[in-house]
Write a protein that binds this ligand. Structure first.
Ligand code: R5P
Length: 298
């Protein structure tokens, strides 16, 4: 039984209304507590930025280079990421439940690289997302492609389910083969998905006018790393995206296909969270790579 002997009346009622604290993510302060708590497992609340490690590629391309054995290539990198972007298959089979990382669960799928990728449907139930303790759900949207409306329906269905369960939705702007990857297209695609309820949006960086994309989108934008390029170039793109308003990166191939994935992830973190210039981050990458090579040679 509770101890009723010494029930003390509260006396400290002075001062203004207590503040719950500002929420660091653009456009999301009005979301419910559970939604904001989950977003805080994706974005570091200290600076409102994220480095997401993406390794969901297998859901349409199988064991691509660097992802042949998730246990060997990805699991050692998990501690360095703010959040993980993956499928439920990868999560259940390979990722330790003790990692403590926010999981952005790939929730759409269907066609493989052998087919038309825009013919996706939702591929995870909200119940399973809750069971997996997903911090967010990711769905691809093909603005301007043949299956545009179908993919938009996937987004809005998932947003409805996510809002009910307190799980934010990441809209992934997928660029169809015929679409021009420019700021005009990404302004259109990102704004549409945010208007339709996405809590954050993933897009690609463009050299001209990227700040107009981030400025016109009322929720945070993160960039995909894209195909593997030289480390110096990937860091330059990440750095420019952050300077031009991105709230982080969702990087896959430029990490796990790097010769030194852990060094690359550390360098990306330095750009996103510490504001290192691309050149300084590249120096860090080289230094960490060298140290790693020395360790292995011993
Ligand atoms: C595509 O498979 C996924 O949406 C990836 O998570 C996304 O493209 C990020 O991976 P990458 O940096 O390799 O483009």
């Amino acid at each position: 039984m509770a101890d009723l002997d010494d029930l003390r009346e509260g006396t400290d009622f002075t001062g203004a209304v207590a503040r719950a604290g500002d929420f660091p993510l653009k456009g999301l302060a009005g979301q419910d507590w559970g939604m904001r708590a989950r977003l805080s497992r994706v974005f570091d609340p200290a600076d409102g930025k994220t480095v997401m490690l993406a390794f969901d590629h297998g859901y349409f391309q199988g064991p691509t280079s660097g992802l042949e054995r998730l246990d060997r290539s990805i699991v050692p990198l998990v501690p360095q990421a703010d959040a993980l972007m993956c499928t439920r298959g990868a999560l259940r089979t390979t990722i330790p439940a003790t990692s403590g990382k926010g999981v952005v669960l790939r929730a759409s799928g269907g066609p493989s690289v052998l087919g038309d990728l825009s013919q996706e449907d939702l591929a995870v139930s909200i119940d399973d997302a809750v069971r997996l303790d997903a911090a967010a759900l990711a769905v691809q949207v093909f603005v301007g492609a043949e299956n545009e409306s179908r993919s938009v329906k996937n987004l809005t269905t998932l947003v409805d389910q996510g809002q009910a369960a307190g799980i934010p939705v990441l809209a992934v702007t997928a660029v169809g083969r015929d679409m021009v990857r420019d700021a005009r297209y990404f302004r259109l695609a990102t704004r549409i998905t945010a208007e339709l309820g996405a809590a954050f949006v993933k897009t690609y960086y463009v050299e001209e006018g990227f700040e107009t994309v981030t400025s016109a989108c009322p929720v945070p934008i993160i960039i995909a790393g894209g195909k593997k390029v030289e480390e110096r170039e990937a860091l330059r793109v990440a750095s420019r995206a952050i300077q031009e308003g991105a709230a982080g990166v969702d990087m896959g191939r430029n990490v796990f296909q790097s010769e030194h994935p852990a060094a690359m992830l550390a360098a990306v973190r330095a750009v996103v969270h510490d504001g290192l210039t691309a050149e300084d981050a590249f120096d860090l990458y080289q230094q960490l790579s060298f140290e790693r090579s020395e360790q292995l040679a011993r």
